[in-house]
Design a protein around this ligand. Structure first.
Ligand SMILES: Cc1ncc(COP(=O)(O)O)c(C=O)c1O
Length: 399
């Protein structure tokens, strides 16, 4: 047998972390890495946050799992926290981002199809955007135009139409009698830390209002304080009808949520959706510990302030290497360093030669997405490693 016990779907690197300490990961051979990847925008409280650990330990010892057949005091508490701090009126808990997006897609379809006289059973299409990433389930790969994710999995789920990102007129042109909603990441993550423009986000909101469409925001990567607001839509001054959140919300514990207004959730009635694990007490304890830490103005302001500092220094830094870097973009502590060449070799170089973990993304970008609890020492260490990495980087010869 040549297949590995772990199904070989990831190109795994030689880094094999066994322990985390605040903003560092320690490999099984003892090597220390500065973690400016945060498990891809997940570990927003770092790796050894006492409050989060304590909440999980306490809940694990009290009650780990019960079925959604019973009342959920823990779920009610976290749902209330999300309702109190967002546009939403109601929440469905999931175990991942893709499941949160799935629930959002189902809610948008059900809004039209499961609303009796008020609805329209022929509406099912969702407009999405080029280079979006919404997850790896059949519906969520179908929701992305990225053909590399489709290969080998046909037929795709019907009902998605793709427009260029940030192109309002193109989105408008795709609206037809079967359109149910529009789904967008306010800041594309995998697509290369690309913030949508103000006009685009406001325009999508207006289009949805005009045509009775569900505006779905995928804030799986950009949500939960990452950009210095609890959710990125707040930067734009708009609210969605439905929002998917995950990653940071569990701080490392698998947790996601689909948040909706009462109107948008009108089709999600008894028996229409479910999940065995979704919203179990252990996940709820993790989510509440994270929300307690981040959903306050003091913490959010600190993210904005650190983000500004990091960005200013990154902008100065790239001036020293005009042959390598083009620009810095993003919001808060969701920053992207756009390179003038493919970004993966530089990301590998930083990882393997300077023990600095970042993430490569689309559009030749290096994602700089540290834990939100970084301090001056980690920012200084980041620039030491980044500068040493840029100075020693040899641009690979084109093949
Ligand atoms: C914007 C966005 N949506 C959805 C997902 C899927 O989340 P998960 O991997 O938890 O299923 C991701 C993951 O990277 C993401 O960045």
């Amino acid at each position: 047998m040549s297949i590995t016990p772990l199904m070989p779907v990831y190109p795994r690197s030689g880094v094999r972390p066994v322990r985390g300490e605040h903003c560092h990961l320690i490999d099984e051979d003892g090597t220390r890495y500065l973690d400016f990847a945060s498990g891809i925008a997940v570990n927003l409280l770092g790796h050894s946050h006492e409050g989060l650990i304590g909440a999980i330990q306490h809940q694990a010892a009290t009650l780990m799992h019960v079925s959604n057949l019973y009342g959920s005091p823990q779920g009610e508490r976290l749902a209330q926290m999300l309702v109190d701090t967002t546009f939403g009126d109601t929440v469905f808990f999931t175990n991942s981002g893709a499941e949160a997006v799935e629930c959002a897609i189902k809610a948008a379809r059900a809004y039209h199809q499961n609303a009796g006289e008020a609805g329209d059973a022929s509406r099912f299409e969702i407009i999405t955007f080029h280079n979006a990433f919404h997850g790896r389930t059949m519906a969520t790969i179908s929701a992305s135009n990225q053909t590399k994710m489709h290969h080998g999995f046909s037929p795709l789920l019907d009902g998605f139409k793709y427009a260029p990102f940030d192109d309002l007129e193109a989105a408008k042109a795709l609206i037809g009698p079967h359109t149910a909603g529009i789904m967008v990441e306010p800041i594309q993550g995998e697509g290369g830390i690309r913030p949508a423009s103000q006009e685009f986000m406001e325009g999508l909101r207006a289009l949805c209002d005009e045509h009775d469409l569900m505006l779905i925001l995928d804030e799986v990567q950009c949500g939960v304080a990452r950009t210095g607001k609890l959710y990125a839509c707040e930067h734009y001054g708009i609210t969605p009808d439905i929002m998917a959140t995950a990653k940071g919300i569990g701080g490392g514990f698998p947790l996601g949520a689909c948040i909706a207004t009462e109107k948008a959730a009108r089709g999600m009635t008894f028996g229409t959706h479910g999940s065995t694990y979704g919203g179990n007490p252990l996940a709820m304890a993790a989510g509440m510990a994270v929300m307690e830490a981040v959903a306050n103005e003091e913490f959010l302001a600190s993210v904005r302030e650190k983000g500004e500092r990091l960005r200013t220094r990154l902008e100065q830094f790239i001036g020293n290497y005009p042959e390598l870097f083009e620009l810095v973009r993003g919001k808060g502590l969701m920053l992207g360093l756009k390179m003038k060449m493919e970004s993966r070799p530089f990301y590998v170089h930083l990882r393997d030669h300077h023990q600095l973990l970042t993430v490569a993304a689309g559009d030749n970008t290096i994602r700089v997405i540290p834990p939100l609890v970084i301090g001056d020492a980690e920012i200084d260490e980041f620039f030491e490693k980044l500068s040493a990495g840029a100075a020693s980087f040899k641009v690979p010869e084109p093949v």
